[in-house]
Design a protein around this ligand. Structure first.
Ligand code: THU
Length: 132
């Protein structure tokens, strides 16, 4: 059965609970529906050497790739708080998403409230870098 947005958001929120964010205390979870309709999740993983930390989107994309997923159909990112707003993907993660996206890919961002926003990759990363 197709994964609904509610299920995708819940999966991102569940992944967020496992975030290892002891330095920033900023928890992020991400969940992807791939081209085969499968779900992949990831969370941010920080490190005492701060620059070695990984974003949630990068972890979810790595999970998708190693399971054989080729394209991101939808990705939900759960992070941030209603006071400061949802976690929109950082610049690097916009490029990471772009690698596996197409014009129909939907990026959903949600914080701890009920409201979510949807973007296309072109909205988040206009004039993006491609090799082909
Ligand atoms: N973070 C993500 O996981 N995804 C983003 O798109 C933005 C930032 C993480 C990295 C770091 O662990 C924490 O949020 C604070 O920057």
């Amino acid at each position: 059965m197709a994964i609904r947005n509610d299920d995708l958001i819940n999966a991102a929120r569940e992944a967020r609970k496992n975030a290892y964010s002891r330095y920033s205390n900023y928890n992020v979870g991400a969940a992807i529906v791939d081209d085969q309709g499968r779900l992949h999740v990831g969370c941010n993983v920080e490190n005492a050497a701060y620059n070695l930390g990984n974003c949630a989107e990068a972890a979810a994309i790595a999970a998708m790739v190693q399971e054989g997923g080729k394209r991101i159909v939808r990705i939900a990112v759960a992070g941030g708080y209603s006071e400061i707003g949802p976690c929109t993907p950082c610049g690097g993660c916009r490029q990471r998403i772009n690698e596996f996206a197409d014009k129909n890919t939907v990026i959903i961002v949600i914080d701890d409230s009920k409201e979510w926003r949807e973007y296309s990759v072109a909205e988040l990363l206009p004039e993006s870098f491609h090799l082909d």
